[in-house]
Design a protein around this ligand. Structure first.
Ligand code: HEM
Length: 365
């Protein structure tokens, strides 16, 4: 994040070796994310629902997807996710040492599989997949990322076909519901279902793990904040605190766009068909908006917080992500009297294009 701070101040719109433009300032990132006409999401040759769609196609799928994340549905899920978090903490020795990112990975897999109704025995396969996905992303080798993506699709396809074979006996859960859902009066194709489920899990398992790493590390570095949370705050205050920690050190670094017309941004003239990267991490620390970006001000900074994006593609999974992070953080706070950085082991930053930490060793007491 320090590197992005530097780039934002030195070169707010930068072109990399591949020719892609990165936007670093809050104003430019926001402007591009809100300009759905000139900045298209059709950046991939693969079907990506809904994030790779524009216009009415996006609107239709978005309406379908949002029904799975209503406040009512997410609130019903809270006891399940609290149980998942409490059970996970029950398996950890206290006092003892943890890696916050590893705990986040385990929790993310268990929480997502509980939400989607996927079998528990998939946990090891998904954890292995997350590791390979991270390594492939770091390598920036497209054939490697494609291979890892195909493996994930195969997992999803096997779950879908098992449900199709079970017919009326299929378990009553979110995955089955999606299989039976309708768009403009028709059933979704397997291709569409796989794409939606890939979007809900593939990328977000990793993001959840990174978010957990950032949140728990921040709490370890700020014991007074732990005490405040342990003394009891409302769910709303808790969520605002999580959002603000993630703003300060946003591990969900960037999303892509492609220009549809010649367009001016950040004092540069971009031609049609240019690749553009919106760097949320840098925008979330822009001193023109946040003053000292490390100043912790949940209420004051909330209106400008871009952790979950902005515009038509703003994260529909935000309520679920926030609930998951709150459940995990609460369970760790409840199970401990103090979370501290582990002086015996080194904290490592995730390598670009990732964000947050690769490993975040902590001591629990
Ligand atoms: C873990 C923390 C998460 C963060 C920080 C995060 C962040 C974001 C951001 C910044 C975007 C905007 C992308 C863009 O404008 O191109 C986005 C989109 C999206 N997120 Fe999340 N997300 C998280 C978790 C989740 C979860 C748990 C789900 C679903 C289970 C989810 C589903 C989606 C989907 C489907 C989109 C695409 C929306 C569209 O294109 O209309 N996210 N997310």
């Amino acid at each position: 994040m320090a590197a992005y701070d530097e780039l934002r101040s030195r070169c707010p719109v930068a072109r990399d070796a591949s020719g892609a433009w990165t936007l670093f300032t809050h104003a430019d990132v926001t402007a591009a994310a809100l300009d759905h006409e000139n900045f298209s999401n059709a950046v991939s040759r693969y079907l990506q629902i809904p994030n790779g769609l524009d216009g009415p196609g996006h609107t239709a799928f978005r309406a379908l997807i949002e029904r799975y994340f209503t406040a009512e549905r997410i609130a019903k899920l809270e006891p399940t996710l609290e149980q998942v978090a409490t059970d996970l903490m029950g398996q950890i020795d206290i006092p003892g040492e943890i890696d916050a990112v590893e705990i986040g990975s385990h929790f993310a897999v268990r929480a997502q599989t509980a939400w989607l109704g996927w079998p528990e025995h998939l946990e090891d396969e998904l954890l292995e997949w997350m590791k390979d996905h991270r390594a492939a992303t770091r390598s920036r080798d497209r054939s490697r990322t494609a291979e890892v993506a195909q493996r994930f699709d195969a997992i999803i396809r096997s779950l879908i076909s098992a449900r199709r074979e079970a017919g009326h006996d299929a378990p009553c859960d979110i995955t089955t519901e999606l299989l039976r859902d309708r768009l403009d009066g028709r059933e979704l194709t397997d291709e569409e279902i796989v794409s939606i489920l890939r979007n809900w899990t593939g990328g977000d398992l990793g993001s959840m793990a990174l978010c957990a790493g950032v949140v728990l590390t921040y709490l370890a570095d700020h014991p007074h904040l732990q005490n405040r949370l342990r003394s009891g705050v409302t769910g709303r205050e808790f969520n605002a605190i999580l959002d603000e920690i993630l703003r300060i050190d946003d591990p969900f670094v960037a999303n892509r766009r492609i220009t549809t017309e010649p367009v001016a941004v950040g004092g540069r003239q971009l031609a049609a068909g240019e690749q553009v990267i919106l760097n949320w991490t840098a925008a979330n620390r822009d001193p023109r908006i946040f003053g000292d970006p490390d100043t912790f001000d949940p209420a004051g900074n909330a209106p400008y917080n871009l952790v979950y994006g902005i515009g038509k593609h703003v994260c529909p999974g935000r309520p679920l992500a926030t609930l998951e992070l709150r459940a995990l953080t609460r369970a760790i706070l409840n199970a401990t009297s103090m979370i501290r950085p582990d002086p015996g082991r080194t904290r490592e930053r995730e390598l670009p294009p990732g964000g947050g930490f690769a490993t975040a060793p902590l001591r629990l007491r």
